[in-house]
Structure formats: C-alpha cells, structure tokens
Design a protein around this ligand. Structure first.
Ligand SMILES: [Zn+2]
Ligand SMILES: [Zn+2]
Length: 412
C-alpha cells in the first residue's frame, strides 16, 4: 500500500492500536474515576468524543484498545453524572491543575527548530511567526514546530519552580497532594488534589494564578520600604517577601550588561549598578531590603524587581487553571503529536527525569519513511538528521515522532 498523506495517519493509528494491545494495562484510573468525564480525539475525523464516563480502570483500558484514540483526556472536575450534557453534569469540584507548555516560552532553540511559512506569499522564517508577515502583511502562517531537550528542560524548570511555590508558600504536601505528569509533548501538568482546593471557584483560581505569575508584586509591600528598617534579610522569610528578595538577588547575580540594556537602562546606570553589584548582593543577604535605596532609586528598583520576578514566577498557562471544566491528558496514554507517552513522574525523580528516554513507547524495530523536512532530532541518547526530502530507515520511535508531526510518510 502506498500512502500519499504526510503523516500516514492510518499507519500511525494502527501503531497506536498495536501499542495499546499491551500498553493499555499501564493506564491507571484517576482518583474518583466514576466522577470524572473522559474525552478522546480520534485519528482522521478530528472528532472530539466527550461526556464519556467509566466505572473502573478496566473500562478505560478496554476503550483504548478498541478505539486507539490519538489523544486521551480526563476532567480535572468531579461530577455527579459525568455522562450528562455539560449543564446537567452537576459540578462537585475540581482539582487545581497547572499547565506548563514550552510552546508559550521564548527560547533560543526555537529559532533553530521551529519554522513558519506565510500561507499568502510563501515567505519563511525561523522561530515563532511574527504577528504579521513582514513581506505581505497577512497574518496566516503554516507552522512547523519541533521540540528538543532544551525546551523540555526549560519546561521542567518551570514545573520545579511551581512545585516549590505550592509546597513552600501554599503548604501542600508534596507526597500526598501533588502529582506531576509529563504531557507527552512540550510540557508538564501539575495536579493538586486536596479538599482545600476542590471547591475553589474561578475567581479564586485566578488569584492563585496571579500569585504564581507574580502579578501585582510591588516591591514596596515586600520589604523594600523607602524608610530604612533595621533587622535581617527577608530572604529567610516566606512567600513573595522572600521570593522578591531572592528574585532580585538571583537576577543581579546573573545579569549581563546586555540584559540590562534590554530593560532600556542607560549606560551610566548600568555601569553604576554592575559596579556596586557585590555590595547590593551582600546587603540583600545580610540586611533588611530597605537598604537598597543606598544603591538605586525607586524607579530603577521597580524595573529590576519586575524583570526579576518574571524569572522567579512559574510560567503557567492561565486559561487551563481557571477553567473549571477542563480536560487534561490522561497519564500513560499516547500523544498523537509525538507518539510519546504522557506519564506520571514521581516528584522526587523529576530532577533526573528525561522524557526523551523515558516517555518512548516504541522501543523495537525500524520503519522506512519519506521525510519532507525535519531539524536534528535527539531521542533515546542518539541524534538523527536534519533531513530534507529523503527516504530514511529509522528506529520506530523516531519514525513515529516524524510521522506524528506530519513531516514524513511511510514509504512502501
Ligand atoms: Zn506573506
Ligand atoms: Zn528546543
């Protein structure tokens, strides 16, 4: 059989079926399965099947084996009747869920592996597309987005910061109330399951999000008072009082003239700031932050704090956390855009977790595919490509990845 469609959906769908024959047994039910709504996206039709309920783990596994969906989700919410239409489900509460997706970050590696093509005039560029095509001014682009170990590391770093805030500032138990999943693509999902969050409404969740993002943090209210106060450093306190001092410390310790120029600071200001850097760092570590005004004025401090807090905050997607009816990817199922597994990561192992090895579903065999175009691909400790308009025999995991991103097709 010859397939002409980039992505060879039929083939990928069959491979998903093959995986689930044995792999479905690794799928675990989320807590309180009978109150959860499930949703699935099929191959081909792109139809979303929602409002599905399961009685137990066996039923989920059976569904995956029978229908081998491209994407599998479950609700963060608990419902009286998950199978009912949305307005009749009877919302009982929802886990607090955070989504971290490297696609929303601005990373240098994206300029190496992501590409956009203007649908109107055909102009191409690397990285995220601009708002409007620089050549014809239209705003419709085809995007070829890839991911690499650097994007995934960046996403993991954000997840670690988020977990740190949830444990230190909110007091959630890391072992009892938090769980973290690799999304199967470019990010991580962090779930908080606790009676303390279950019934929070949208507004309150929005406030939690603002806290995570460091929105509305004013230096003046975090110890950087104009009137000098005696006493010790706030780095040993908690909440944003600690975080804003620590943020400023980390920012100044690592900053470069280039970073400071990007904040539109003038050359003499930059020179003076870098000249007194060691004194400022010592002051932040040992004394009350009101001592900062010996080195700078309020305006400069506010600028630096704003930049510093951005780095200290956790880069979460606002919409996901505030949506009370959100569907989230089900762990240990395949992701249709990578052929990798979404998977639960024990938080103690997160620092060493490498999705490019551990989330691989297809471990045996090879497949010959015609490739349209890919950047270099690193998977399971090896690198492949870049490829352009060629037929290559690749390990199954790499071939599936290329097919799932619609950058190749099976050549028979
Ligand atoms: Zn154009
Ligand atoms: Zn990358």
């Amino acid at each position: 059989m010859t397939e002409h469609d980039w992505g060879s959906e039929r083939y990928v769908s069959d491979q998903f079926k093959r995986y689930y024959t044995s792999g479905a047994s690794k799928v675990e039910a989320p807590p309180q399965i009978q109150q959860r709504e499930f949703g699935f996206l099929s191959f081909g039709g792109r139809t979303m099947f929602r409002h599905i309920g399961f009685g137990d783990t066996q039923e989920i596994r059976g569904y995956l084996m029978d229908y081998n969906p491209a994407h599998a989700y479950f609700s963060a919410a608990y419902y009286k009747d998950p199978r009912a239409a949305m307005e009749n489900k009877g919302w009982l509460g929802a886990d607090l869920v955070f989504d971290i997706d490297a696609d929303h970050f601005d990373l240098p590696c994206q300029k190496e592996h992501d590409r956009w093509t203007c649908r109107t005039c055909g102009k191409e560029g690397m990285g995220h597309p601009l708002e409007l095509c620089p050549s014809c001014g239209k705003a419709s682009f085809e995007e070829e987005n890839w991911l690499c170990e650097r994007c995934l590391e960046a996403a993991k770093y954000e997840a670690q910061k988020l977990i740190d805030i949830l444990v230190q500032d909110f007091g959630f138990s890391q072992s009892q109330e938090l769980s973290v999943n690799f999304s199967g693509n470019r990010g991580y999902h962090v779930h908080v399951r606790s009676p303390a969050v279950k019934e929070l409404n949208q507004m309150t969740r929005r406030e939690v999000v603002d806290y995570m993002l460091g929105i509305g943090i004013e230096a003046e209210h975090q110890g950087f008072t104009a009137r000098p106060v005696g006493g010790g450093s706030t780095i040993t306190e908690d909440g944003w009082r600690m975080r804003s001092a620590k943020a400023l410390y980390d920012f100044l310790a690592n900053t470069t003239p280039e970073t400071l120029r990007s904040l539109k600071l003038r050359a003499p200001t930059i020179e003076k700031l870098l000249g007194s850097r060691d004194d400022i760092l010592g002051m932040l570590m040992e004394r009350h932050p009101s001592g900062i005004f010996k080195y700078m004025n309020r305006k400069l401090l506010d600028q630096l704090i704003a930049a510093a807090v951005k780095e200290q905050a956790a880069a979460i997607d606002t919409v996901v956390t505030t949506d009370l009816r959100r569907l989230i990817r089900l762990p240990n199922t395949l992701h249709g855009k990578t052929g990798w597994l979404a998977q639960r990561v024990p938080i103690d192992n997160l620092a060493d977790y490498d999705p490019l090895t551990e989330a691989i579903a297809y471990k045996d065999g090879t497949e010959k595919i015609r490739i349209r175009r890919t950047p270099e691909i690193a998977l399971a400790g090896e690198t492949y490509g870049p490829f352009e308009d060629e037929v290559v025999e690749l390990p199954m995991a790499v071939a599936m990845f290329v097919l799932c991103r619609k950058a190749g097709r099976v050549e028979r």
